[in-house]
Design a protein around this ligand. Sequence first.
Ligand SMILES: *Cc1c(COP(=O)(O)O)cnc(C)c1O
Ligand SMILES: [Zn+2]
Length: 397
Amino acid sequence: METTDAFTGLECVDCGAAYDAETESHQCPDCGGTLDPTYDYDAIDLDRETLESRPFDSMWRYEELLPFTRESAVTMHEGATALVDCPNLAEEMGVERVLIKDEGRNPTGTFKDRGQTVAVTAATQHGATDVALASAGNAGQAAAAYAGRAGLDSHVYLPSRSGFTNKAMVNVHGGDMNVVGGRIDDAGGAYEEGLDEHDDWYPLQTFVTPYRHEGKKTMLYEIVEQLEWEVPDAICYPTGGGVGLIGMYKAATEFRDLGLIDEVPSLYAAQASGCAPIVDAYEDGRDEHEPVETPDTICGGLEIPDPGASPWILEALRETDGGAVAMDDPDILDAATQVAQHEGLEMVPSSAAAASGAWELAERGEFDGDETVVILNTGAGNKEADVLRSHLMSQGI
Ligand SMILES: *Cc1c(COP(=O)(O)O)cnc(C)c1O
Ligand SMILES: [Zn+2]
């Protein structure tokens, strides 16, 4: 494998066992826990000047903090997205600054590209010929794109609910697309059956591969660098499986331990009230979620009723002194149109949950007037233009 110098392997987040990344590629063989990439941070010699001297051209500019070399990566220059000042939102929310990290500018229009560039790179290094996953939509599209680039076959299982763009683009990238009647769990079931029948399929499922949260952690590195090393007070994140939130939590502690920053931002999970297992657990003071029995929200990326990594997500919210907030679909859709009309930025409904949640948190007095709030726009609004437009039509517009 073409790993980076400080990458030491994988550690089980449940039992703590350590593994060689060459021999173990997915979950802990002992307990089935998620494996997390580890590094010898003492061997990483990164300072602010070194990072600033590099072109802001791709998330792989943080190569030392990723498992694989940039040279060996299956990459389309994902990441390095804009962090856009939103003065109108800041005024409306009564805070000093609001910035939107615009992940819609990634190759396939969402931040899922950051996860798949690393996970598909791992697949190539393990000699995979086929990759497979179940997805609400965007991860499947990203997987098909990166697999195509790497010359791998992709097998993507999407619920019938997922958006037209996702289904169309899995086909366009040459993926083997399986649309499964029902919701994400049904797609997951069909995917498991596929895996059982094909022992050469390499899973790209979140927290089954150790590498998707690892790729998404680069969002936090970029935010901090783009703010000229000022750590934002709050980051509001639209949470489904929590992959990006966990990634950013890890990244913040890494930057702090490397001496690049002194503190970590407060992380807030925003969900849709039709599927808010993390918010429920947070508000009840529990360490783990309870699965949502009948999830129902227009935010496909957030319709994850049984997020297996909930203990890790809840730890991130509590340890960073953040919080959690759930919003109703109509409020979320309103937030998407409001951001589009007041700031010009196009948010997919799932991401608009973070904007809507930030408004709500501001109203509850969670932010001070001198604070900086970052909202993650995880996907480009035009991927679901039909949904946003229908919302206006339902209001007679
Ligand atoms: C996948 C997805 C999410 C949720 O991401 P997690 O990291 O799994 O919580 C949010 N927004 C969009 C647009 C997504 O595609
Ligand atoms: Zn284990």
